[in-house]
Design a protein around this ligand. Structure first.
Ligand code: NAP
Ligand code: F7E
Length: 345
């Protein structure tokens, strides 16, 4: 039985990756942060199915705590490490720059040092990001494109990406960078723009919400389905050699395009419901991103199974179920509306 160690197991990608690995009979170990309320919602179904037999194990840790990571790696001796943990919200990284950077930087140094010092061959996956390119040009971006980070989040990701490559080249370790373009799902955090839209439109459609306030509607992203992308992570780690890989759909769409498809689902005109506010405008913006996944397609046999339109639809349908449950709670006085978040996002 192979052992995998995942930082960020409670996040969107961590939850999908755990499903894949558990299904392939891996023993999965994931790190969770202590918080004042339980934050394992995305993996609760996996916990009830796999933790009793010891196939899924959770450990308290934090990327900013090298000792905890090193102790865990020495104890578990995993075959594969997936470093998915991060303060992953770009706008929040401008507001909490040191914390956001330290999390990514300190985490990758600690993990790579432990891998180097352990007397075992351990494969390492780093969650790199299309944000590293900065999006200044309209180019089709691939593994050879130049990085031009525009946020503290992206700058820290460039550091982590480079360090992963450095440990591969310097010590011959199996260190992989997955440069993933935006990928979304019903498990996406609710303050990312796609999920913010699908949560809002479904509430609007049943009278639970009146308006949706967003920032830059002209931004365009290469948006895919997270489950498809996480399958790519597994393929990279099982390729004959470690490398850098771009995962993208090869299509780009604006926030307006996303809004149109989501509101069209309910035959609503998005312009009647959407407001804009400076509150959601970032100090520096990545205007446009479009990736070229040819290398991953040719060498890994990786493919996109879900189109942009299908992605929007599956997110809308999942959030409609949630909104209908909320409506019952709301009508019974058990829920207060919380869709306008106090913090910037
Ligand atoms: P996510 O849903 O925000 O999950 C992030 C995970 O990191 C969560 O489990 C979170 O724990 C954990 N985390 C945050 N701070 C931490 C810390 N100090 N120590 C340990 N763990 C910490 O992000 P995602 O969408 O799954 O993305 C996974 C990774 O891929 C991230 O590194 C992200 O930057 C990167 N990425 C994402 C995309 C995308 O489009 N989704 C694209 C490219 C790269 P809590 O649950 O306790 O908050
Ligand atoms: O923004 C615009 C916003 O926050 C997308 C992370 O997973 O993908 C993600 O980063 C675009 C931006 O994702 C709102 O200005 C407009 O241009 O959903 P987002 P992101 O910044 O692209 C990359 C690849 C990662 O690596 C990151 O971890 O949408 N936008 N109005 C808005 N964005 C938000 N969040 N909220 C708005 O109201």
């Amino acid at each position: 039985m192979k052992k995998a160690f995942i930082t960020g197991i409670t996040g969107q990608d961590g939850s999908y990756l755990s499903e894949i690995l558990l299904d392939k009979e891996y023993e999965v170990h994931g790190t969770v942060r202590r918080s004042s309320s339980i934050n394992t919602d995305r993996i609760d179904n996996l916990i009830s199915k796999y933790s009793k037999e010891g196939q899924l194990n959770l450990h308290y840790s934090d990327l900013s705590d090298p000792t905890s990571l090193d102790n865990l790696l020495k104890k578990i001796e995993p075959d594969e490490i997936y470093n998915l943990g991060a303060q992953s919200h770009v706008h929040v990284s401008f507001l909490n720059p040191l914390y956001s950077s330290q999390t990514s930087v300190s985490g990758v140094v600690s993990l790579l040092e432990s891998v180097k010092n352990l007397d075992k061959e351990i494969k390492f996956y780093q969650a790199s990001s299309s944000e590293m390119y900065g999006g200044a040009s309209g180019d089709l971006l691939d593994e050879n494109s130049i990085f031009d980070p525009k946020s503290p989040y992206a700058a820290a990701k460039v550091y982590a990406h480079n360090l992963t490559k450095i440990y591969r080249e310097s010590y011959g370790l199996f260190c992989v960078n997955g440069i993933l373009f935006n990928h979304e799902s019903p498990r996406r955090g609710e303050t990312f723009v796609t999920r913010k839209i699908t949560r809002a439109v479904t509430r609007i459609s049943i009278g639970l919400q009146e308006k949706l306030t967003l920032g830059n509607l002209d931004a365009s992203r290469d948006w895919g389905f997270a489950k498809d992308f996480v399958e790519g992570m597994y393929l990279m780690m099982n390729y004959k050699e470690a490398d850098d890989w771009v995962l993208a759909t090869g299509e780009t769409h604006t926030v307006r395009d996303f809004l149109k498809i989501a509101f069209d689902y309910f035959s609503l005109n998005w312009e009647d419901y959407v407001l804009t506010s400076d509150r959601y405008i970032r100090p520096n913006e990545v205007n446009h991103l479009l990736g070229n996944p040819s290398k991953a397609k040719d060498k890994l046999g990786w493919e996109i199974k879900t189109s942009f339109e299908e992605l929007v639809k599956l997110m809308v349908e999942s959030d409609l179920e949630l909104a209908e449950k909320e409506k019952v709670l709301y009508e019974n006085g058990m829920l207060k509306p919380t869709w306008e978040y106090p913090s910037s996002s």
